[in-house]
Ligand binder design. Structure first.
Ligand SMILES: C[S@@+](CC[C@H](N)C(=O)[O-])C[C@H]1O[C@@H](n2cnc3c(N)ncnc32)[C@H](O)[C@@H]1O
Length: 439
């Protein structure tokens, strides 16, 4: 197989980027624009030398998925944010359920979703500055490149954020600001982080390449819409869009978000699950048993606690709650020292008299990479009676479950549920309930 070859392939599943994936003579073919169940004549663009994988584009689609629709977003195709925009919402949900079961072997009791139309649900959003002086755009990196796709009028961002992003593009264009150039490291403006409370209050963090000599003061003086603005710098060459330090420029520096019966405060760069409506259901389920009953006890741990929504839920029914979070802004909000989970668990395991040494419940909501071997080993050693995981990556979740429930593991899974926090995308959040095993 080589670039330029054409062949006929049926997509059977979906890649993590939302491409249809079929197999042709033992080679996985990833086809942008083909939905699972669709067959297409495709042209090979690229063949991997490392593994039996190729990438292709559709020439002719031979059949059409019954849920296929014209993508409602005009940026779809260039912006890679919403891989499932070509499908109606019921088909997206069905696909997510099937993918979890068939591709990852994760059997869920249900997929929790919002009845609304899957638009305007993102209460947090990151954008990349691009364009040229006088014509600034705010968008997202196109897959595998540093080219930026415009996101003006993004349909999934909350309208508060879309308005603020429009104003920011307008003001920075008028001021003839210079966007950062990934190729030569020149320029000023790099990223913009937006968070809204959903009621018109937006906090904006502007990240520049340099810690000084920036146009941010002029920009902050001109912007009307954000309730608060902060400034950070990031001179790194990687894909990390955060800044190491943040300086308030004006206004409020947190947004207050409702998660059902509790509210929490989030700073400009701390982790905020983009869809608080559905996340609220997931958080409440995470601290309970699968059937919904509340747990009570003396000690619980909240690992990867973020700004502490689950920590506060746990504090309602446990006397001692040990929370661990490494990002300083979030750890500060929790009232604890920023620490890696690996370090937190190592300290606890080495001290039999530690206040949190024998938790009845451990809740863990790691980032995309999952818990990993070290933390799974530590959790096995801890052998808590209950371990509740929340994951945004089925791939790493499956690896972690193998470590926790396999021959060397100390747990068994008693249930799993999925949450459609990001409609239009192929992402899904999963909660898995585990209990300790005595063998
Ligand atoms: C998926 S978020 C979950 C946050 C929170 N539980 C929530 O739902 O809002 C993962 C969090 O883990 C933190 N984190 C990432 N790696 C970590 C590590 N090794 N130790 C401690 N915290 C970590 C991140 O800063 C982030 O706040």
């Amino acid at each position: 197989m080589k670039p330029g070859d054409t062949l006929t392939v049926m997509a059977e599943s979906l890649s993590k980027h939302g491409d249809g994936v079929g197999v042709y003579e033992g080679v996985e073919i990833h086809v942008a624009g083909l939905l699972p169940g669709e067959t297409g004549d495709v042209a090979i663009d690229y063949v991997s030398k490392q593994r039996p994988r190729a990438h292709a584009q559709v020439l002719v689609r031979r059949n059409t998925h019954p849920g296929r629709r014209p993508a409602p977003c005009r940026h779809h195709g260039r912006c890679n944010g919403c891989a499932l925009m070509d499908m109606d919402l019921p088909s997206q949900r069905e696909l997510k359920r099937v993918e979890l079961e068939r591709t990852w072997g994760i059997m869920i009791d249900r997929l929790v979703y919002d009845d609304r139309e899957g638009r305007g649900y993102r209460f947090s959003s990151k954008r990349v500055f691009s364009g040229s002086p006088g014509r600034i755009k705010l968008g997202s990196y196109m897959r595998g490149t540093h080219n930026v796709a415009d996101m003006q009028g993004c349909l999934v961002d909350h309208p508060d954020i879309a308005d603020c992003a429009d104003e920011l593009a307008e003001v920075t264009s008028e001021l003839r600001c210079v966007p950062y150039d990934e190729t030569d490291g020149g320029g000023d403006l790099r990223y913009a982080w937006f968070k809204t409370d959903g009621h018109g209050q937006v906090v904006l963090a502007i990240i520049t390449a340099e810690p000084c000599h920036s146009a941010v003061f002029d920009i902050a003086a001109r912007l009307q819409r954000p309730a608060g603005i902060a400034w950070g710098s990031n001179g790194g060459t990687g894909n990390d869009m955060r800044a190491t330090t943040l300086r308030p420029l004006r206004g409020r520096q947190t947004v207050e978000i409702d998660f059902g019966d509790l509210t929490a405060h989030f700073g400009p760069l701390g982790f905020l699950q983009p869809n608080p409506h559905i996340a609220a259901v997931a958080y409440h389920d995470l601290v309970r048993v699968p059937a919904g009953g509340a747990l009570h006890g003396r000690t619980a741990l909240d690992l990867y606690a973020g700004a502490g929504v689950t920590t506060r839920l746990l504090r309602r029914s446990f006397t001692h709650v040990g929370a661990c979070e490494s990002f300083p802004e979030s750890a500060r909000a929790l009232g604890c020292e920023p620490m890696l989970v690996e370090e937190f668990l190592a300290r606890l395991l080495s001290d039999p008299h530690h206040l949190h040494r024998n938790p009845e419940l451990v809740v863990a909501n790691p980032p995309r990479g999952g818990l990993g071997q070290t933390v799974c080993d530590q959790l096995n050693e801890l052998a808590a009676p209950r371990l509740h995981l929340m994951s945004c990556s089925p791939a790493s979740l499956v690896e972690d479950l193998r470590r926790l429930t396999g021959a060397d593991g100390r747990y068994r899974a008693i249930g799993a549920r999925a949450f459609d926090t990001l409609p239009q995308t192929n992402h899904v959040e999963v909660v898995v309930w585990l209990v300790g095993r005595s063998d």
